[in-house]
Design a protein around this ligand. Structure first.
Ligand code: NAP
Length: 477
């Protein structure tokens, strides 16, 4: 079955709409033009918000069985067309076709879980008679939708991270306006197509394409928009938080995730998981492994095995079934990564592997002896670069792992339950993976970070909590 969407249009309140001014969507691996989408204006965004006011009423009055049905039908449509969805992700973004298929499968799951959670938005009764004089009162609270949600999404998971906002929003009876990343708008538009085909009532969902710096403020500052759900970088996240005013804010930001490998770890397992955690999606993943702290007695064998496995990682054409890693999202991004690595090497870091750039491609790179004053030692690289550090003990590893301004997820490899428990207690992260790298997630778990990695949690049930508010009902008898 062929999808209806052919590019050139955005989805405004149920209408496929074009504009004279367009944004070119190019394949980062060869700069080929894939399609164009409208470059929406502030007036377009304001129109979207006006339409969403109606959409919020429609969404709130949809019975739960209809919400379940429409979300499941959208998931069915994606399943029927999954190769088109995967191809689109891998064409406009930097994922390989195999990685893109994985994202489509997760998106279907995200939507199915959203449909299930729609029936579980419960309140509870309130024992009012706990206060003397309130013996004649009974009541309860239940959750109501907040109205209009503004969703701003990044390029690196251009389908599933949009589904993580749209699925829960519709499940909980809200209207939602999505502003996808300018580099990768086509996957988000395909998601809109799935909902249009599923029969979602007009005005509940809009996907408006345009530059964040041009149309973002109109969405973020509008008083009718009751929540901004943002996934992206720290800089844009901080700016949005400053401007948003009195509304709910959910921030899913970046990190430079640590992994600890202790003396008793299974070495092969730790190497395999950390290599894939560092280099999948060319390291452009908020959970990417960036810093690995290895017990000093294991460091030589770990380093040797890690570099050997990295050398086997095949970099190249995203559409080839044999490719492990594609390009970065743009040549500009690859040059940024290259310069941060060069800065580290200039300050004394040892380049164990990689460090080569060709256009938007940057080879999987392994560094050791990285001085603390290098940018890469503290900041998110968002590219295929990993740093190896020897450590004398767990306490030192935890201290170093925590000594950054991020705290999304972390991993620890150990078979000692006491050591694992110490890490659970002491590490300042939103999630800790025992015997896996930081790069593990299922779509139903609470997901989000501490410190500058974010505010609030996603993971359907948890997003629904953020997208609703309790209303109290009390009967005086
Ligand atoms: P980004 O540059 O921050 O952009 C994210 C989105 O924000 C894009 O749609 C962008 O629009 C928009 N935007 C930028 N500036 C804006 C502004 N002033 N007002 C309103 N919107 C604005 O991030 P990215 O490069 O796409 O993604 C990479 C970052 O996302 C990394 O830091 C990564 O760790 C983080 N991330 C976090 C998670 C998580 O769940 N914690 C998941 C994935 C990614 P344009 O595209 O038009 O600029």
């Amino acid at each position: 079955m062929k999808t209806q969407y052919g590019g050139r249009k955005m989805y405004v309140a149920g209408q496929w709409t074009d504009r004279e001014r367009v944004i070119e969507v190019r394949d980062p691996q060869d700069n080929q033009l894939i399609d164009t989408v409208p470059a929406a204006s502030v007036a377009d965004m304001l129109q979207c918000i006006e339409e969403a006011k109606e959409g919020a009423k429609t969404a709130a009055s949809m019975p739960v069985h209809e919400r379940i049905s429409v979300i499941n039908k959208a998931a069915d449509y994606i399943e029927e067309n999954k190769e088109i969805y995967a191809y689109t992700i891998s064409r406009e973004g930097s994922k390989t076709i195999r990685e893109a298929r994985g994202e489509v499968a997760r998106c279907i799951q995200t939507l199915r879980i959203s449909a299930e959670e729609a029936r579980r938005i419960h309140g509870e009764t309130i024992p009012f008679d706990q206060r003397p004089g309130s013996e004649n009162r009974v009541g309860y609270y239940y959750y109501v939708p907040i109205g209009i949600i503004g969703a701003i999404t990044p390029f690196n998971d251009p389908l599933n991270l949009v589904a993580h906002k749209v699925g829960p929003a519709i499940a909980s009876g809200n209207a939602i306006i999505v502003k996808p990343a300018t580099a990768t708008p086509l996957s988000a538009l395909l998601l809109a197509e799935a909902f249009a085909q599923a029969g979602l009532l007009p005005k509940v969902l809009s996907v408006i394409t345009g530059y964040g710096t041009e149309i973002g403020d109109a969405l973020v500052t509008h008083p009718a928009v009751r929540m901004i759900s943002f996934t992206g970088g720290l800089e844009a996240g901080e700016e949005i938080t400053r401007k948003a005013g009195l509304k709910k804010i959910s921030m899913e930001l970046g990190s430079n995730s640590p992994v600890i490998v202790l003396e008793d770890a299974d070495l092969e397992e730790a190497i395999e998981a950390s290599v894939s955690g560092a280099f999948s999606a060319a390291g452009q993943n908020c959970l990417s492994v960036q810093r690995i702290y290895i017990h000093e007695r294991l460091i030589d064998s770990f380093q040797e095995g890690f570099v050997e496995r990295t050398k086997q990682y095949s970099v190249g054409d995203k559409q080839s079934e044999l490719t492990d890693m594609g390009p970065l999202i743009s040549e500009k991004e690859a040059i940024r990564v290259e310069s941060i690595v060069e800065e580290a090497v200039g300050k004394g870091a040892v380049l164990l592997e990689g460090g080569k750039r060709d256009g938007a491609f940057y080879t999987p790179t392994v560094l050791s002896n990285v001085p603390d004053d290098c940018t890469i030692a503290k900041e998110e690289i968002f590219g295929p670069v990993v740093l190896l550090y020897p450590v004398a003990d767990l306490e030192t590893a935890i201290e170093k792992a925590n000594d950054v301004r991020y705290g999304l997820q972390a991993g620890i490899f150990t078979n000692d339950v006491r050591k694992a428990h110490l890490a659970i207690e002491k590490m300042n992260v939103g999630g800790l993976m025992i015997n896996d790298s930081s790069d593990y997630r299922i779509d139903a778990m609470p997901f989000g970070g501490m410190k500058n990695s974010g505010l609030g949690r996603e993971g359907i049930k948890f997003s629904i909590k953020e997208m609703t508010e309790p209303k109290v009902v009390c009967y005086k008898l």
